[in-house]
Write a new protein. Structure first.
Length: 284
């Protein structure tokens, strides 16, 4: 394998800041890899968009990240993973692509004892039935109960996820799930881990929350290792790899992204954020 391919980065996209929860887990597991993150903040949220629009945006995001030089793409957006993943794999055949649906579903199946799993997500994710399909592919006898929570994303984007209003909203959305005796809830949107403390209080301490970020990071490592694509594999000094670069791209004013990014990542990312216009690009 040519070194230049190993040295390419990992591309990650989401409709906004939520995918930073996935980037954080990838960074922990693969600290030496360069990470290119695209947050489509001008068009967030995707969850209330039409199928055709979600596919269009996802293709644009993928094409842009390919231009940055990547060896692997992580679709860190549950809505895009639900609606557009197969289209992306068909269109970009030379690029390995990992979504968030199957890794999170597999982890939930391993963890449930009651065999009753809840899924919360955007309307598009819930309507797509992607999580139900993935879970029942692993175990057809597991009962899946879904709930759309469309206001969770804007609450996170606006930094209101720790407010009293967020608690009331969570109680409203999650009440139907509590009646079904579930013991596991998949956070079916990468924004939702920011609301984990609120969701945990509402659901109770006995209900396990599944954050797909860790499972996605493990899949990324497994793929790169098995295909000899890990960066710095030629280093025989056994020293820890030098930290990889991180670059962030947004489609709207970076100010809000900077603020929420610092909160989710616990580091200052100001100097690495670049505003881009995806509509200026056409991708085959």
């Amino acid at each position: 394998m040519q070194g230049s391919v190993r040295d390419r980065g990992i591309g990650i996209f989401d409709s906004g800041v939520g995918g930073l929860t996935v980037l954080k887990e990838i960074r922990k597991l693969l600290p030496g890899e360069d990470l290119f993150y695209l947050g489509d903040t001008a068009r967030v949220p995707y969850g209330n968009r039409s199928r055709d629009t979600i596919i269009k945006y996802s293709v644009q995001n993928t094409g842009f990240l390919i231009e940055q030089g990547i060896k692997l793409l992580v679709v860190a957006c549950n809505t895009s993973s639900s609606v557009a993943l197969q289209t992306l794999r068909h269109r970009f055949t030379d690029l390995p692509i990992i979504g968030v649906i199957e890794p999170g579903s597999e982890q939930a199946v391993r963890n449930t004892a009651s065999r009753r799993i809840g899924v919360i997500g955007t309307r598009a994710t819930v309507t797509s039935e992607s999580y139900r399909t993935a879970i029942n592919r692993f175990d057809k006898d597991i009962k899946v109960f879904q709930q759309a929570c469309p206001l969770f994303v804007p609450f996170v984007e606006e930094g209101m996820h720790t407010s009293a209003l967020a608690r009331g909203m969570a109680e409203h959305y999650l009440a139907p799930l509590k009646r079904h005796g579930i013991d596991t809830v998949i956070l079916g949107c990468t924004h939702y881990p920011a609301l984990s403390p609120v969701i945990k209080k509402v659901m109770g301490s006995k209900v396990r929350l599944i954050n797909s970020g860790q499972a996605v990071a493990a899949k990324a490592y497994e793929y790169l290792f098995s295909h000899d694509l890990l960066k710095n594999t030629g280093d025989t000094s056994h020293r820890p790899p030098a930290p990889g670069d991180m670059r962030f791209f947004v489609t709207d004013d970076p100010l809000q992204f900077k603020r929420i990014g610092r909160l989710l990542l616990s580091l200052d990312i100001d100097s690495n954020i670049h505003k881009v216009v995806l509509e200026d690009h056409e991708y085959a």
